[in-house]
Design a protein around this ligand. Structure first.
Ligand code: XIL
Length: 379
C-alpha cells in the first residue's frame, strides 16, 4: 500500500477503495467521498494565507488576460503575491529578430505587478521550446555569445525588480535521453553541449545578483519510470552544479498534476525534496495545475477530485521547509493552456485551476487555502 493510499484511508476517502480489496489503483479517488467539503476558516485571500506562513502564493498570467479583462486583473491583484508572465519573457516573445528585442508586453506586466504591489518572476532564459526561427541560424561558434547577451540584456532590464528567474527550463524531463546525464535534445545542447547550463547561470548571476536563480523542470512527481528518471537526473545535475559552484539557488518543480493519476508516492517525493534541500537549495512549486481530462463528466466529482489532488500534493511539499513559494499556472479556468493541450473528449470545459470560468472560487481554492493554513511556518 502506498502512502497516498494510506492517506486516502486516513482522510476517510477510501470507503470504496477499501471495499475493493485487491484493486490497488482506483482511477478516480476523490469521487470516493462525495461528502468531502474542503471546508476552511476565515475569509483571507490565498496570498495572505501563504504570507502568514512565510510563503509566497501567485500565478502565471498572460499579458492579454490582464490587459483586456479588468475583472480578472482585479482578482489577480487581490489573490496573488507574485506574477509570472506565461509566455511574454520567453525568447519567442522577446526576440522578433536576432538584433531586436520587444519588451512591450513584458514591461507592461512588470509595471502592473509594481502598481499592485505584486512580486515579479521571470520565465525563462534557456528552453528547447518557444524559440524564434532565427535561432536555427546560430552555430556553435557564436552560441555562447548569443545566449550570454540575451540573458544579460533581459535580466539587466528588470534587475532588482525580479524575485526569481527560471534560468534553465526542462533540460531533463521528456523522452528518455540517450545521454548518461539525461539531458534532452535542445538547440542549446546541440550548440554548446552541457556547458550551456553553466554559461546561463553564470551570465544570470552577473546580470542580476539579487534575483533567485532557479533550475525549473517537470515530471518530478509520480512513481512512474519517467519521473523516477527525471528525479535522479535532476538531483545529479544539481549536485554537479553545486559542487562546481555554479550559481544556482533553487529548484523549480512545475507540478502539472493529473487528478486521475494514482501513482503518487508521498514518501518518495518527500525524500526527493529533502535531498534537494540538503544541497542548500530552496524549492519553488512553479506551475501547478491539475488535469481533469480523464475524469468522468460529473462536474462536482471532478472539482472534488482536482481539489483533493491539490491538497494531497501541497500538504506533502509544504512539510518541507525548503519550499518557499507556490505558483499555479493560471488562476481561473477562463484562461488555461490545458484547454488547448489537454481538452476533454466529451467537449466539456476543463476545470484545472482554483477559480472557475466566472471567477468564482472552487473546491480547489479551498484545498490550496487548507494546505497553506496547515503548513508549518517558515522561519
Ligand atoms: C506554456 C504556455 O502556457 C502556453 O501558452 C504556450 O503555448 C506553451 O508554453 N512548461 C513550461 C511553460 O515551462 O513555459 C509552459 O507554458 C507549460 C509547460
Amino acid at each position: 500500500m502506498t502512502l497516498s493510499r494510506r492517506r486516502t484511508l486516513q482522510l476517510g476517502l477510501g470507503a470504496v477503495a477499501a471495499g475493493c480489496s485487491g484493486i490497488e489503483r482506483q482511477p478516480v479517488r476523490a469521487s470516493d467521498n462525495p461528502k468531502q467539503t474542503f471546508s476552511m476558516a476565515g475569509e483571507m485571500q490565498l496570498k495572505q494565507r501563504a504570507a502568514a506562513k512565510g510563503l509566497i502564493y501567485g500565478s502565471a498570467a498572460s499579458y492579454s488576460s490582464l490587459k483586456q479583462d479588468p475583472q480578472f486583473a482585479k482578482l489577480f491583484a487581490e489573490t496573488c503575491g507574485i506574477l509570472v508572465p506565461e509566455n511574454e519573457l520567453k525568447w519567442g516573445a522577446l526576440r522578433p529578430a536576432s538584433d531586436r528585442y520587444d519588451f512591450t508586453q513584458a514591461d507592461w506586466m512588470a509595471e502592473y505587478a509594481q502598481q499592485n504591489n505584486i512580486l515579479f518572476r521571470g520565465h525563462n532564459l534557456a528552453w528547447k521550446h518557444f524559440n524564434p526561427d532565427w535561432l536555427e541560424g546560430v552555430t556553435s561558434r557564436n552560441a555562447e555569445q548569443v545566449l550570454t547577451r540575451h540573458i544579460t540584456t533581459v535580466m539587466k532590464r528588470y534587475a532588482g525588480r525580479m524575485h526569481s528567474w527560471d534560468v534553465v527550463n526542462e533540460a531533463i524531463a521528456g523522452i528518455p535521453s540517450w545521454r548518461s546525464d539525461g539531458l534532452q535534445t535542445s538547440p542549446w545542447l546541440t550548440m554548446l553541449d552541457k556547458d550551456y547550463i553553466d554559461i546561463a547561470f553564470r551570465a544570470a548571476a552577473a546580470a542580476d545578483p539579487k534575483a533567485m536563480l532557479v533550475y525549473n523542470d517537470t515530471a518530478l512527481e509520480y512513481e512512474k519510470p519517467e519521473d523516477e528518471r527525471t528525479r535522479s537526473a535532476v538531483l545529479a545535475l544539481l549536485r554537479d552544479l553545486k559542487s562546481r559552484k555554479i550559481p544556482v539557488h533553487a529548484l523549480g518543480i512545475q507540478a502539472h498534476l493529473d487528478a486521475a493519476e494514482t501513482r503518487f508516492n508521498a514518501n518518495k517525493l518527500r525524500r526527493f525534496l529533502s535531498d534537494v534541500a540538503s544541497l542548500g537549495l530552496k524549492i519553488l512549486i512553479t506551475e501547478m495545475d491539475v488535469k481533469d481530462q480523464n475524469l468522468p463528466p460529473d462536474r462536482e466529482l471532478r472539482d472534488r477530485s482536482v481539489a483533493r489532488t491539490y491538497e494531497e500534493y501541497l500538504s506533502v511539499v509544504l512539510d518541507e521547509p525548503a519550499v518557499v513559494a507556490v505558483m499555479t499556472w493560471g488562476l481561473s479556468d477562463r484562461y488555461t493552456w490545458l484547454a488547448e493541450t489537454n481538452p476533454r473528449k466529451d467537449g466539456l470545459a476543463i476545470r484545472p485551476l482554483p477559480y472557475d470560468e466566472n471567477l468564482g472560487r472552487k473546491p480547489a481554492w479551498n484545498a490550496i487555502a487548507r494546505a497553506f493554513d496547515a503548513a508549518p511556518k517558515r522561519s
